[in-house]
Design a binder for this molecule. Structure first.
Ligand SMILES: Cc1cc2nc3c(=O)[nH]c(=O)nc-3n(C[C@H](O)[C@H](O)[C@H](O)COP(=O)(O)O)c2cc1C
Length: 145
């Protein structure tokens, strides 16, 4: 079975909740899924998987969630070249119109720089993550092994 690792960071619990919907969609598509908080990930583990899915909310003024910063800085071509990858994250376009889900854009750009193959357009969830359950499951279920 093809192996996927879903790596998320979450300060107030929204991405932690959202990742359950993403995990469920990946499983229904046929992936063997491992889920980890970015705090507990050694980035070299990514090499053992066919697909990496990153879940990161935007904090500050268009910044990565704090636990993702080290991970981001350690992303290299050596680890990500030709790796299938996708990114999701919640944000708030009403309060932060100019930096809405900027963390998703940042991670996608970095993945491109590292030679990864983005297999689904970044999923940006605006506001309530519960309301986006169906959308998130559909998004990840579209990523086929
Ligand atoms: C201080 C603060 C700054 C934020 N900055 C942004 C931002 O720049 N862009 C954005 O889209 N959302 C922003 N948000 C909204 C968060 O991304 C949103 O609340 C998200 O669901 C938090 O995810 P988490 O609970 O997994 O940490 C901000 C929220 C707070 C409280």
């Amino acid at each position: 079975m093809s192996k996927a690792i879903l790596i998320y960071g979450s300060t107030t619990g929204n991405t932690e909740q959202l990742k359950d919907f993403v995990e469920s969609g990946l499983k229904s598509a046929g992936w063997d899924v491992t889920v980890k908080n970015v705090k507990d990930v050694d980035i070299n583990e990514v090499k053992d998987y066919d697909l990496v899915v990153l879940g990161c909310p935007t904090w500050g003024d268009g910044e990565l969630q704090e636990d993702f910063i080290d991970f981001y800085e350690n992303m290299t071509e050596d680890i990500f070249k030709d790796k299938k990858a996708a990114v999701f994250g919640p944000g708030d376009s009403e309060l932060y119109p100019d930096t809405f889900c900027e963390a998703v854009n940042m991670l996608e750009s970095k993945l491109n720089e590292c030679g990864a193959k983005i297999v689904a357009d970044g999923l940006m969830v605006d506001g309530s993550v519960e309301a986006a359950a169906g959308e998130a499951e559909e998004w990840s279920a579209s990523i086929k092994p």
